[in-house]
Write a protein that binds this ligand. Structure first.
Ligand code: SF4
Length: 288
């Protein structure tokens, strides 16, 4: 099996078999993202995808997790996804879950019945990038989504029984819009109550339009103390009991984890201690 172009996965899929069902991202306009900017988007031929599943079942029959790549695999027509899911569970007897990235629009395009059938076929969870709860910031980063779209998508996936893991990005509001950005994130999570939420720090690479904006001095990248202040405000005010919170992504100054709202005070104390001693991960760990 050979991968085409760049392949990315969430940190929690580190031990998953990654099966590329698409190449690139169908959306591919987010200004902070350079992941698939060099890849022309296409859905792979069904026979190739099924062939990858068959090929990897021979050396790795004990696979327990499969992640469907690339950037928004849920854009694939439902009948094709169902065939992929059925074959995966047939070929890998120990398979426990299949997950993928999905945009809010991918989820909203599918009917309740389609999402239900995907859940029944074993699509366990989707990773959705909220990035910001502020409609203004979402517009600026060309996310093509509003907070209302995001909330509707998460509630729709949850109604079908599909778990949801949501990421937000520290620093997208710079300093002027930080309040709108973080308060929007709090509001979006309160309204949607996903299973998991995580913060990433804005980490720009060449190819991302925002990278050029930073180089030109037109976009301010917040520092570690400012990132921690955003994270603190979110944890202090969000109200989403049972949602698992993580900031374990390599881009973050500190790795914090706990269950909302139960572990709020513990997580706030960890943040305060890290800030007091500037006990942040060194830049070379974060590829900065
Ligand atoms: S952030 Fe996600 S949806 Fe946006 S361009 Fe990158 S892969 Fe595509």
């Amino acid at each position: 099996m050979e991968y085409i172009g760049n392949v990315f996965r969430p940190p929690s899929e580190a031990y998953s078999l990654i099966i590329q069902v698409t190449v690139g991202c169908a959306h591919n306009t987010c200004t902070f993202c350079s992941m698939y900017k060099d890849d022309r988007f296409f859905i792979r031929k069904q026979e190739e995808i099924l062939g990858d599943l068959r090929e990897m079942a021979l050396p790795y029959p004990g696979i327990r997790r499969i992640f469907l790549a690339d950037g928004d695999a849920l854009v694939v027509p439902t009948n094709r996804l169902l065939e992929i899911l059925h074959m995966a569970y047939d070929l890998y007897p120990k398979l426990e879950r299949v997950t993928s990235y999905a945009t809010a629009q991918d989820i909203l395009r599918k009917s309740d019945e389609e999402l239900q059938s995907l859940k029944e076929a074993g699509l366990d969870m989707v990773y959705v990038g909220l990035e910001s709860g502020s409609d203004e910031v979402l517009r600026e980063i060309s996310k093509d989504m509003t907070q209302d779209d995001y909330v509707a998508a998460i509630l729709k996936a949850k109604k079908a029984g599909i778990k949801t893991s949501v990421t937000m990005i520290l620093g997208l509001g710079q300093l002027e819009k930080r309040e709108d950005h973080i308060q929007g994130c709090i509001q979006a999570i309160n309204r949607s109550q996903p299973d998991y939420v995580a913060f990433l720090s804005l980490h720009l690479s060449p190819g991302a339009p925002l990278y050029d904006e930073v180089k030109a001095g037109r976009f301010y990248e917040i520092n570690d103390d400012e990132k921690m202040a955003e994270m603190r405000e979110f944890i202090e005010q969000v109200d989403s009991p049972g949602t698992v919170f993580r900031s374990n992504h390599a881009s973050n100054p500190v790795s914090i984890a706990g269950t909302l709202n139960r572990d709020r005070e513990t997580m706030l104390a960890q943040i305060d201690q890290a800030v007091a001693y500037s006990a942040y991960r060194p830049n070379y760990w974060r590829n900065l």
